[in-house]
Structures are given as C-alpha cells and as structure tokens.
Ligand binder design. Sequence first.
Ligand SMILES: C[S@@+](CC[C@H](N)C(=O)[O-])C[C@H]1O[C@@H](n2cnc3c(N)ncnc32)[C@H](O)[C@@H]1O
Length: 221
Amino acid sequence: MSVNKHLRSFVKRSGRLTNSQKLFFYNKENDLNYFNEKKIINYEELFNNKNKCILDIGFGDGKLLINIAKRFPDINFIGVEVYESGIGSILKDISDLNLKNIKIANIDAIELLKNNIKDKSLQGISLFFPDPWPKKKHFKRRIINNYFIHLVSTKIQINGFIKIATDWSDYANEIINLFDNHKNFVRVNEILYYKERELTKFEKRGIILGHKITELSFKTI
Ligand SMILES: C[S@@+](CC[C@H](N)C(=O)[O-])C[C@H]1O[C@@H](n2cnc3c(N)ncnc32)[C@H](O)[C@@H]1O
C-alpha cells in the first residue's frame, strides 16, 4: 500500500448501549473529559499541565486505559475509539473516578494522527489487540501497515515508544517485519507503564480461544 492511502480499519459496530453509556455518550460534547479537535492539539491547554502524553488507539471498553491512567497520574493519556459503547463506558469511569489525566476522542485514529497531533509530540502510542481482520482478503484493513508506521514515526518523539499486543500470530509477524524494516524503530523488551498490566477484554477472549499473545515494544531512535 502506498504511504498516502489508508482504508478504514473498522466497521461501525451498532451494539446496544446501556442506559448509563447512553447518558455519557449522548452528552459527550458537554463533557470536560471529551474533546472534538478541529486543529492541532495543544496538550498544555487540553490537560492544563506540561506532562508527557501517550495516545491509546482503540481502547475498547477502556478498562486497561483507566487502570494505567490511575497508576500514572503524572502522565497524560488521550484515548481514541470509534465504538460508541466504549466511549460511553470510559467517560462514565473517568467521571466516577474523577481522573484528570485522560481525554477522549471519538474519531478514526488515523484522522486524529494526521490532522490533530503535532509532529514529534507524543511520548508514546499503545495499541492493544487491534482488529486482526483474519481473512486474507481483509488484510488490507489492518491498521498497522506501511502507511501507519510512517505516520506514527512522524508523531512520536525521539526516545519515545510504541507498544502493541496481538493474539494473531501472523499479524504479529507482519508487525515485527514492518517495524524491523523501519529506520526509526528498535525493538525493546517492555515499556515501564505496561509492566504487570491487567488483561484486556479481547486478550481474555483470545486466551480462551487458545491464541498465543504477542507483546511488542519498539523505541524510537
Ligand atoms: C479488537 S478491539 C480491542 C479493544 C481493546 N483494546 C481490548 O484489547 O479489549 C479493537 C478496537 O479498535 C477500535 N478501532 C479500530 N480501528 C480504529 C481506528 N481507526 N480508530 C479508532 N479506533 C479503532 C475498534 O472500534 C475496537 O474497539
């Protein structure tokens, strides 16, 4: 795929929202934990501090992101997701726990990266269990491809990181190949924030299905 094109990595899931998810999802424009950026994000204005910022792509139900943000209150987190129930759930959790270091965006992560994230501004990016698109004819929908790697390489600071976990072995091999062939990334063992992290919903599902979990961490050089 050319480095200028990308196919959507998701199809809109129309799952039924619970009443509390609805309450938070439909009021999100008035929620301080939600933002709808039209321009380049100024993290200092968004979070009211100068802390480093990590972007989590496709947080699903958001439980892991909430847990990590609770453990690292001096780091800012932006979560981006297109799944409405997930947006409703995480906004409720952020409000219940009164967390100040997470902001949520409800758009395609590729659009957010392209249009709203300043170059070399993120400390890191995480992707836990990106949609695997297991059928060969759908591989082109996988979010991690040459275009994605080029894009994230422009957005992460030097000495920053990208952390990925997947339960699909062929996707893991493809990701390793893509990053190994990129001059700005080197593979490392683990990133501090994710040591002893909790399991995500899709990870638990993968384990039940007998899938092997692959964790990949790369530093930017
Ligand atoms: C397999 S789920 C994993 C969810 C969660 N990280 C977990 O491990 O339980 C992948 C998630 O990525 C989201 N997603 C896929 N492509 C996306 C994109 N381009 N921008 C934002 N979210 C996306 C989907 O809506 C879905 O919730």
